[in-house]
Write a protein that binds this ligand. Structure first.
Ligand SMILES: Cc1ncc(COP(=O)(O)O)c(C=O)c1O
Length: 384
């Protein structure tokens, strides 16, 4: 087998690729279930899962098979024509979420872009309210709702957004003035370090939006498809948003996004309002249909809840300052330098991710078992 030389590849990468990513010193070549292997054959337990993407595990055979079969029949045609998989997937998503219509796109940020445009069409208003610490993507539209100033400041001017502290009902009420077209919230804040709001906050957000004629957007890009121990994060509060944004885990690791809407918002776009060449193509939709089938057949939503509870119970052994999360979306505050911790764990064959100086985030494939969790917790303990 041809072995890629990592040192050489890193040099070539630095000359050939924009240096926008801070990468770990790791060249990955293969994955299966909750494990990946590097160019020298070393195995890693993957508790990052491609940033909450590989919910069904790496290279799930059902997804691989569906992609192979569809690739031999039809890969791409554009949205100038009808394709069946796109309709099947939209119907599947409607059934899972209770929303009325889907618009397909290719990433999480694109789904937020589509939501922002839909708000203008549906309400005629352009201002939105987002939460402090929120992450909604890096494209220029989505960036207006992303909180971190390092991401925003170099790229002003941006669309207008007001930020209110997450989980603060009074602050959200004050920020949502009559000129606000939408409030956008993550049902659990992911990139921020996994913050779970009170259900009362999300219920109040619904009431505030209704009261001010604003739409409520739930960004479920990270919380979707079983991650939180429910199919979607919104189920923990029972709140129905007007718009949902989805991406990440939907197609088993292949790039896809969707913006769903319910009620009058689902009627607001007219022909020509939005579009994308690749969106909802037959290949990606085949992958998504297979992924949803796997999540259902293997009871991965229930497994996420069960394993998430076990993970949180085991993490207590680390005596952390805080453990937060729902299902297999878990944030842990530790007093150590978490960047160093991530590197040490990598040396010991475990991939984890830090969202801040003192916070790690654990978002493994939903197929993990208790033995995997035990290993990760003991590696973290040794690395502290
Ligand atoms: C809640 C949320 N929204 C949007 C995005 C952006 O998605 P993408 O990176 O696919 O553009 C992310 C990515 O982490 C996210 O967590």
């Amino acid at each position: 087998m041809h072995m890629t030389d990592k040192t050489d590849l890193k040099k070539r990468e630095s000359r050939a690729i924009f240096q926008t990513y801070g990468r770990q010193d790791l060249l990955l070549v293969r994955g299966r279930k909750a494990r990946v292997w590097d160019s020298e054959g070393k195995e890693y337990l993957d508790f990052v899962a491609g940033i909450a993407v590989n919910n069904v595990g790496h290279c799930h055979p059902t997804v691989v098979e569906a992609v192979k079969n569809q690739a031999e029949r039809l890969i791409h045609t554009s949205n100038l024509y009808y394709t069946e998989n796109q309709v099947l997937l939209a119907e599947e998503l409607k059934g899972l979420t209770g929303m009325d219509r889907a618009y397909f796109c290719n990433s999480g940020a694109e789904s937020v872009e589509a939501a922002i445009k839909l708000v203008r069409r549906a309400t005629g208003k352009s201002k939105i309210v987002a939460a402090e610490r929120a992450f909604h993507g890096r494209t220029l539209g989505a960036l207006c709702a992303t909180y971190k100033s390092a991401y925003r400041e170099p790229f002003r001017p941006l669309l207008e957004a007001t930020f209110a502290p997450y989980n603060d009902i009074e602050a959200l009420k004050t920020a949502t003035t009559p000129d606000i077209g939408a409030v956008i919230l993550e049902p659990v804040q992911g990139e921020a370090g996994v913050y779970v709001p009170d259900v009362e906050f999300l219920r109040a957000a619904r009431e505030i939006c209704d009261d001010r004629d604003a739409l409520l957007i739930f960004d479920e890009v990270q919380t979707g498809f079983g991650r939180t121990g429910r199919w979607f994060g919104k189920e923990h509060s029972g709140v129905m948003p007007d718009i949902m944004t989805l991406a990440k885990a939907m197609a088993g690791g292949l790039p896809i996004g969707a913006m769903l809407a319910a009620g009058p918002a689902a009627e607001a776009f007219v022909k020509g309002d939005h579009g994308s060449t690749f969106a909802g193509g037959p290949l990606i939709c085949a992958a998504a249909l297979a992924t949803i089938r796997v999540i259902r057949d293997e009871s991965l939503v229930e497994r996420s809840e069960e394993m998430g509870a076990y993970l949180k119970s085991q993490l207590k052994k680390l005596e952390p300052q805080d453990i937060r999360g729902l299902g297999l979306m878990v944030g842990v505050d530790l007093s150590c330098d978490c960047k160093t911790l991530v590197e040490k764990a990598l040396q010991k064959g475990v991939l984890i991710n830090s969202t801040g100086e003192h916070t790690i985030r654990l978002i493994p494939p939903l197929v993990v078992g208790k033995d995997d969790i035990d290993k990760v917790v003991s590696v973290i303990a040794e690395s502290l």
